[in-house]
Design a protein around this ligand. Sequence first.
Ligand code: SAH
Length: 351
Amino acid sequence: MEWENQQGKTDIKSLTLAQLQQKLADMGEPSFRAQQLYQWMHRKLARNYDDMGNLPRKLREDLRERYGYTSLRLIKVQESQIDGTRKFLFGLEDGNVVESVWMRYRHGNSVCISSQVGCRMGCSFCASTLGGLVRGLLPGEMLDQIYAISLLTGERVSNVVVMGTGEPLDNYDSLLRFLDMLTDEKGLHISARNVTVSTCGLVPQIRDLAREKLQITLALSLHAATDEKRRSLMPVANRYSIKELMEACGYYFEQTGRRITFEYSLVGGVNDSRQDALGLAALAVPLRCHVNLIPVNPIKERDYVQSEASRIQAFKNLLEKNGINVTIRREMGRDIDGACGQLRRSYMQEE
Ligand code: SAH
């Protein structure tokens, strides 16, 4: 499969090495050229064709004519004074903007990328979905968030989470190509085990992904343990029941051998009771899931509030009593529009 950019040209950064080899052979180029070009794009992270010193000028011009070259433009960067987390706002070729986050952890640097411009999933607590979906990102546009951040920070990225704006499984083919190229030994060669894809729970795509048998981590945004409560937070719960979701998760585990992570954003007075915790435990235990609790990050368009610290702790303790491995997401970058989609949204409102 090939992807066209908004100008109707094939995006060269979204092509696999095999595809590039075919294209360059068709142009009458010797076979090593494709390797060189691929290396320039995916290893040396060239920002444009002009950087590619060892490619003949004529070839660079032909390529420029035929193909789009995704190269995100930095619009804004915010750095947290608390923990050094940096949030980047990037401009795409067609004038849209996406945000990505860089976080430094003890075990290495992590980048959180967006998979779509906007989102159509409509989760009630999330800022990314407020303006709806504009379009899915090309594989090259997902890769380039990581490339641009590597260059801007000058540091190696070791972990990637697809947890920014958008529903990755709603941009499925593009996501798969992105994962393939991100983990390619001829590219950045990030280990699949260091990649997490987060989904609101699109059942057919979870099953498709399972059959790919990738060693990535799948995170499921659960947020409620009953269908009724889940529907009140996430419209996607009207399409798929928790029972169907749990079956898909079981299938994923069976196919890949990878345990699922449940993400659970705690919203004060909404889904943080003892009963909620027991319901969540009943779902997590049979699948041997890891649970990641996220204190909700309030957005100004909604009146959700965070659970009290004592309540979060009690929730966690109850899960742990049931033998579940639980983490509470550290709130990185609270001071820099940390929640999903807030930076992009505030930028668009200024414009
Ligand atoms: N669409 C995917 C990935 C993007 S959202 C998904 O739904 O998983 C990444 C995670 O952040 C999801 O678990 C999402 O529900 C959660 N999230 C979004 N907005 C939030 C907010 N304001 N506070 C806490 N968690 C939020």
